[in-house]
Design a protein around this ligand. Structure first.
Ligand SMILES: [Fe+2]
Length: 403
């Protein structure tokens, strides 16, 4: 199979790596914008440590805080204005360049990518949604994830929410890969159980979608299978004991691997179907993907039940391998991949939380329309579902809520 693969992000990974942040980023410039979410990195002390570390090596910093769980266009534009001012100051001094440090979850890293774009242009951010529309260089981004799920530290995607249409929109560009990723599992120790579960399941959904994507290649499969194995070995452990630093480290690395997988092989229909559940019903992204995963895998299983061509055979083999990777660590035998996934999700107490969200049967037709309009993700799905099949998957997932 022919494929091209480029890894653009420099990686520094390991327990305690965060302490070396100043040393690692000093080559990028002398002034940086630190982007954070609402409170967690302040509470954990990580922000203070970062600012001290930067000061100690003579890097000036300003903090832009308040990135929402689903960052909005407005917030990103505001961040862009702040960075523009910093860049203007830097431009007055020769050799002094500005950069961004994103300290937080995937939303903070995604927002930082948008902020870097917004600071480089007078155009509205909306002009850059879609594939490869950024045709200029942006300030370097250092991504320091404090959750283990989105893989945004190594992807060319930024998901930003349009509050008017209530749609998640995606900027896909080679220009927005973070320059540096720093993975330190110690930063994840204070992650609440619900976030640990949901982000871990998001990472699993990335590995799965990339593994079954039409764009998958031998190298992405290698990373996807390692990611799936690490998640099946460590997600339950870390949800049981959030202080298990070895399991935290493995989940952080698995999420990074899955990020590389989707950057080269893309996500697919699980993400396409999950977006509306997040924007309309407020379900966390990983949670929405998790409840959809078993039914999407069942759909794939049914599509290749009687192998007729090489693709069917390949997918059947992949489904078997995927099930083996999961069952090996879950102590299950004889189940198919869809049932094994359901079992894992059940053990993580996800299903019982569905009722917390505002299910409204009347929304389903618009959700189906949204999926059918998402050509980017539909076109790479292992098997492309039609409108009726997408509707059927939603109905099966929410069968207990449909009267
Ligand atoms: Fe995701």
């Amino acid at each position: 199979m022919n494929f091209s693969f480029i890894l653009r992000t420099e990686l520094h990974s390991g327990e305690g790596m965060f302490q070396k942040v100043g040393e690692i980023v000093r080559k990028l410039g002398e002034h940086c914008l630190v982007v954070i979410g609402k409170a967690s990195v302040k509470k954990s002390g990580a922000l203070e440590k970062l600012l001290i570390s930067l000061k100690n090596i003579g890097i000036k910093s300003e903090v832009f805080e308040g990135i929402e769980e689903n960052p909005s266009i407005e917030t990103v534009q505001r961040g862009g204005e702040v960075l523009k001012e910093i860049r203007a100051k830097c431009a007055n001094r020769e050799g002094n360049k500005a950069f961004i440090i994103a300290l937080g979850g995937g939303s903070v890293i995604d927002a930082s990518k948008g902020i870097a774009i917004a600071s480089s242009t007078d155009e509205n951010l909306e002009n850059y949604f879609g594939e490869e529309k950024v045709n200029f260089e942006i300030p370097p981004i250092v991504a320091i994830p404090t959750t283990s799920g989105t893989g945004s530290e190594v992807t060319r995607y930024a998901v930003i929410t349009d509050l008017i249409s209530l749609q998640k929109k995606v900027i896909t560009s080679q220009k927005i890969y973070p320059r540096i990723a720093i993975l330190d599992p110690l930063l994840c120790l204070s992650m609440p159980l619900e976030v640990t579960t949901n982000t871990g399941l998001d990472a699993l959904s990335h590995a799965i979608e990339g593994y079954f994507s039409k764009k998958a290649h031998p190298f992405s499969d290698l990373l996807a299978t390692q990611s799936i194995e690490l998640i099946s070995q460590n997600l339950l452990k870390v949800c049981k004991n959030g202080k298990d630093i070895v399991a935290r480290g493995n989940m952080h690395y698995a999420s990074y691997l899955a990020g590389i997988v989707i950057s080269t092989a893309s996500t697919g229909i699980i993400h396409a179907m999950g977006y509306s559940l997040t924007t309309k019903w407020g379900m966390p992204h990983g949670f929405a993907n998790a409840i959809l995963m078993p039914e999407v895998i069942k759909y794939y299983q049914n599509c290749c039940i009687l192998p007729e061509d090489e693709w069917d055979k390949k997918i059947k083999t992949k489904l078997k391998k995927f099930n083996e990777l999961l069952t090996k660590n879950l102590n299950l035998k004889g189940k198919d991949a869809s049932k094994t996934l359901s079992h894992l999700i059940e053990k993580l107490n996800v299903y019982k939380n569905i009722s917390k969200y505002d299910f409204n049967k009347a929304d389903l037709p618009s959700f189906v329309e949204g999926v059918m309009a998402n050509e980017r993700l539909l076109s790479v799905a292992t098997y492309r579902p039609n409108k009726e099949e997408v509707e059927e998957i939603y109905k099966k997932v929410f069968k207990d809520f449909i009267t």
